[in-house]
Structures are given as structure tokens and as C-alpha cells.
Design a protein around this ligand. Structure first.
Ligand SMILES: N[C@@H](CCC(=O)N[C@@H](CS)C(=O)NCC(=O)O)C(=O)O
Length: 333
């Protein structure tokens, strides 16, 4: 028997949970390895960056970054595909995946490290995970250190008193849009999971586990809560749905969240970086959103534009992107 894939990750890491759900859906033999202190030497042997998830292939190659990990595996294990045959839907699913990784992460990170109950629970969970079988005082000390490290990182996602309402209203709106969209369907693009499901569910799963955003999610959006659970062990229940049925309730997500917030924010970040600026500010739905520039987001926006440029026939896609205010951000270089 050949060695299975090894997935180094953690329950509190959205990108790890995203990749784990993908392995489960595709039924790719794998071992889920919680990256605790005892596994660090093995992790460091393969990791280029100190980030999880890390996938080690049966050929002993380490791969990182959830989006390329899934893309590499999808080429090796094409069935069941996570991409709808309809080229417009396949792109929209990838767009949702990017929105989730880049903007949806703000919801998750903001709530986890802004409010005290969330900080406490998360820091303790991380400490217990990292130090299995350690005495309680060691766990408590590590929890303090985790908070000291993570809370200042709120600035990396642009979370502060001035942006709080922008991030939280986006979270509440996302939940209400998804609650509507998931009426009568199991996954975002029909009866089987698509690329976009993996990305978006993972951020919301983390929100679901945390006290403040979890309570909001459970109270306001029972269908979203069911979908989050379903996505932990996703199954093909049927086919992807036709465009006509999906677009009416997907449109608000594209218009308000993707076209209204994520793309203008990401484009402003990329522009500021190209001018060598350390910070940027962009007006999103009429209010200023300022944060430090991030190289990572600029690279993923470039990859998203390249994906758009590769869509073979954009005649069905462009009108949807145009009417939702997404098109202008995806064209050009
Ligand atoms: N873009 C990467 C992001 C991975 C990432 O940011 N992982 C976080 C946890 S979710 C991490 O490992 N952070 C390192 C740390 O907390 O020390 C991906 O999609 O995999």
C-alpha cells in the first residue's frame, strides 16, 4: 500500500479545514495530522512557510496554500469535479472561493480576536491543541502568549474601531444572503459541492465555533448552520444546478459582497502596493476602510484576473459580472 497524503492542519485554521473537507469529498486517502508541538520537526522538514495547511504528497513533496493545493489535487483526481461544466458558473464559484479566502477571513479573524469571550475560548483551544497532555499552568501560559501574538494581528485584516461596523455588517449580510440562497439546495451551486463551497464554508465554520459570530449564525441562519455542518463531510447528492435557477439568489452575494466590498478593496490594495505604499484607504459603500497593504492579496487578485482571462467563452459570464459591478475589477492587468 502506498503512503497516503498527509495533511498538517488545525481545527482553528479555516484553510486547513477547507483542505480537509476537500480530501474527504474526493475520498483521497489521507492522514489528518494536528500540527501540535510534537509534530513541529516533521512539519518544518516540508514547510517553506510557517503556515498551515501543509500537504505532504505520497512522493514526499510539501505543498502549501489551500487554493493551489486544491488545484493540484483536482488535476490528479478529477472526479467528482468541484467545477460546474458551465464555464460561467465555474468562474463564479472560483470568485466566491477568492472572496471567502480574502474577505470572508476578515469576519472570522475580526470576531475571534476582538471580543473577550472569543479571544479566551480561541486562545485556550489553540493552547490545548498545541500542547497535548501539558499541565494546566502550561496551557494557561501559552493561552496568554497566543492572545499577545494574535490580537495585534487584527491590523493585518484591517479590523479596528473604525472598520468594525463595516466588517460586522458584511458578516450579517453574508449570512442573510446565504440563508436565502440555501433554501431548497444543499450546496451553493446545487446538489454537490463546488470550489466556492469549500472556501466559504471554512471561514464560516470558524465563525460557527466561536461564541460571538457563532451565536449570530445559529440565531439568524439555520440553513447556513446546516450547510456548514454538511460541508465537514460533503457528499455528492445530485447535479450542479442550471444558471437560471442559481443566479437570482447568488446575485446579491456578487453585487454587495464581491463587487461592493471585496474587489474594490483588493484592487486598492494592489494599486497601493504598486506605488510602494505601506498603507491604503478605500471608500467601501461610502465609508473609509484603511489597512496595511498586503502582498499576498495582490498575488491572489492577479491569479483571479488570469483565471477570468482564461474563461473560454465569456458571453454568459460578462453580463452577470457587469450587472453586479464585478467586471471592471477583473479586466485588464
Ligand atoms: N493562504 C493560505 C493561508 C494559510 C494561513 O494563513 N494559515 C494560518 C492559519 S489559518 C497560519 O498557519 N498562520 C500561522 C500562525 O498562526 O502562526 C492558504 O490558503 O492556505
Amino acid at each position: 500500500m502506498s503512503t497516503p497524503y498527509r495533511v498538517f492542519g488545525a481545527e482553528l485554521s479555516p484553510y486547513s479545514v477547507k483542505v480537509r473537507s476537500y480530501f474527504r469529498y474526493k475520498q483521497i486517502p489521507h492522514e489528518w495530522i494536528v500540527r501540535d508541538m510534537t509534530r513541529m520537526p516533521e512539519f518544518q522538514k516540508y514547510a517553506r512557510l510557517p503556515l498551515i495547511p501543509l500537504v505532504v504528497t505520497p512522493g514526499d513533496e510539501g505543498i502549501q496554500d489551500s487554493t493551489p493545493i486544491i488545484e493540484k489535487l483536482e488535476a490528479l483526481f478529477p472526479e467528482p469535479s468541484i467545477h460546474p461544466d458551465d464555464a460561467a458558473l465555474a468562474f463564479l464559484s472560483a470568485l466566491v472561493e477568492e472572496y471567502a479566502d480574502e474577505w470572508g477571513n476578515k469576519h472570522m479573524f475580526h470576531y475571534r480576536w476582538t471580543y473577550e469571550p472569543d479571544q479566551e475560548v480561541s486562545a485556550e483551544r489553540i493552547a490545548r491543541m498545541s500542547l497535548p497532555d501539558a499541565p494546566e499552568d502550561a496551557i494557561a501560559n501559552m493561552a496568554v502568549a497566543v492572545k499577545e501574538r494574535m490580537i495585534p494581528r487584527l491590523s493585518f485584516v484591517g479590523s479596528n474601531a473604525a472598520t468594525r461596523e463595516r466588517i460586522e455588517s458584511s458578516y450579517r449580510r453574508l449570512l442573510s444572503i446565504l440563508e436565502e440562497h440555501l433554501a431548497g439546495r444543499s450546496y451553493l451551486f446545487g446538489a454537490r459541492p463546488a470550489f466556492g463551497d469549500f472556501g466559504l464554508f471554512a471561514q464560516l465554520y470558524e465563525c460557527w465555533t466561536d461564541p460571538t459570530p457563532g451565536a449570530l449564525l445559529r440565531q439568524s441562519s439555520p440553513r447556513v448552520a446546516d450547510w456548514v455542518q454538511r460541508m465537514l463531510e460533503p457528499k455528492r447528492e445530485g447535479a450542479f444546478e442550471a444558471r437560471e435557477g442559481l443566479i437570482p439568489t447568488l446575485r446579491p452575494l456578487l453585487e454587495h459582497e464581491v463587487g461592493g466590498l471585496f474587489l474594490p478593496w483588493s484592487a486598492a490594495n494592489a494599486e497601493a502596493l504598486s506605488r510602494g505604499e505601506k498603507e491604503f484607504s478605500v471608500s467601501l459603500e461610502g465609508s473609509a476602510f484603511a489597512q496595511a497593504t498586503q502582498k499576498y492579496h495582490a498575488r491572489s487578485l492577479k491569479a483571479l484576473k488570469e483565471r477570468y482571462a482564461r474563461v473560454p467563452d465569456r458571453s454568459a459570464l460578462d453580463p452577470i459580472l457587469e450587472e453586479t459591478g464585478c467586471l471592471a475589477w477583473l479586466r485588464g492587468d
